[in-house]
Design a protein around this ligand. Sequence first.
Ligand code: WQD
Length: 346
Amino acid sequence: MAKILVTGGCGYIGSHTIVDLIENGFTVISVDDNSRSTPYPVSGIEQITGRRIKNYNVDLKNFDETRAVFQENPDIAGVIHFAAYKAVGESVIEPLMYYENNLFGLINLLKCVQEFSVPYFVFSSSCTVYGNPDDIPVTESSPVKKAESPYGATKQMGEEILSNFSARANTKSILLRYFNPVGAHPTCFIGEQPVGKPQNLVPVITQTAIGKLQKVTVFGNDYPTRDGSCVRDYIHVCDIAHAHTLALQYLMDQRNKTNCDIFNLGTGNGVTVLEAIQAFEKVSGVKLNYEIGPRRAGDVVAIYANNDLARKELGWEIKYDLSDMMRTAWAWEKKIKAAEEKVKSN
Ligand code: WQD
């Protein structure tokens, strides 16, 4: 069974991808310094798959420690790279921390990929590289526009680094541009674990519904959209996860068209913030306390994916709809609350 190194394996998308990789016959190791995650998902992965994976608690900015992982695992057949800071707002306040962490980490990792001749590399990119698109839905050929934040800039630079690296090295890469990953694994053994107050819409919704947050503030309802609130392409984290397995298989089958193919990972459906709130209320039966507030700086008005390429070339099929996304996100939030209450009662 081919061994895959997943960086950020204790994170939200990383942990769900590890489950999918194991279910599709891969052996997996993780590298995660737990600076933005907890080791908990390792046990969640084991509860789902019956397999205990090893996580190396290593900061990718430490080249020697990163290299030692490759030295100990000379049979790594592929790398999937998730480990990066991803909070848009934080990146505006701490740009150097984002450039250092996201880019130094990537470069150290690629130095090891080159030294140990790892043939396949999958990069976690984001629809944020499109900025505010002129035309929607966006295709992979839509223009990459000036990043709205340092976070977005690190994704754009990461794509450039990989494009140049893959042209020279013997490593074939794939860039996966996620739209808005939401939801949790149907078993509820793993899910999104925001560190501190959540920034993203769906965890804000579920934490408001469970009573951790007082209300949801809708950041603007005066946009030129069907109900005035921003449009996004929400996609279930398990659909995103399976696309990574398919991307690896695509590379291993030598089906790649270039040394650095790009795929959009979105459902192709645009959903407004107010529609997302209504979908949650319908699925949960909880009336959400929300109010309309001012626009959030850096927000894109509307974006959603043309996902034809991923469906055609990777054989990717969307399995979860918006109700499933809200249902699993809500079930996960209730699971977290029950676990917290159990700890309190002990
Ligand atoms: C979605 C919509 C907000 C919170 C970012 C990154 C992207 C990816 C996902 C990493 C927007 C509105 C939100 C709230 C609100 N990151 N909103 N009230 O900004 O689309 O994408 O996170 O993979 O790369 O750019 O996601 O969930 O923050 O916002 O009204 O309390 O919800 O204005 O329209 P975003 P988000």
